[in-house]
Unconditional design. Structure first.
Length: 148
């Protein structure tokens, strides 16, 4: 069984009245199991040259009955006006290429230098879309970690 761990450390000397130092480690496992996630899409980069909402990947790319997928996204930009809006979209509502119409919920914005790791249920009809904030070349780094 593969073992994949994720660690996050948060520290600050001035965020609260006292020094803040938190660290947490999790072993990434498939849903409802102790079986480790042992597959990856590999770290990939995609460069966008418009500010249209586009499908990054979806349940059709990673169809499985395993809800234990993890998604890593990082915005390597150093320009404060360059961010990505991340959406969990309803696959049935995506029309056009680039997406002219997309139903779903915004997760939030991934600002310059930010990254995120979140769970993804590939067994549902949901896709991950991104919308760059500017129409100039913006790059997004991403990876899917899963078990089949």
């Amino acid at each position: 069984m593969a073992t994949t761990t994720a660690t996050i450390t948060l520290s600050s000397s001035d965020l609260t009245g006292d020094a803040l130092s938190l660290s947490s480690t999790a072993t990434l496992t498939k849903g409802n199991s102790v079986t480790g996630l042992d597959q990856t899409s590999g770290v990939a980069r995609k460069t966008f040259t418009s500010d249209d909402e586009v499908l990054l990947f979806g349940d059709a790319d990673y169809s499985a009955t395993d809800p234990g997928f993890k998604v890593y996204l990082r915005n390597p930009s150093t320009v404060s006006s360059e961010y990505f809006t991340i959406k969990i979209a309803d696959a049935a509502t995506i029309t056009g290429s680039p997406a002219a119409s997309v139903g779903g919920k915004n997760m939030g914005r991934l600002y310059a230098g930010d990254w995120t790791l979140f769970p993804y249920d590939a067994s549902t009809a949901s896709d991950i879309t991104v919308t760059p904030s500017v129409a100039t070349a913006m790059t997004l780094e991403y990876m899917i970690i899963y078990h089949v």
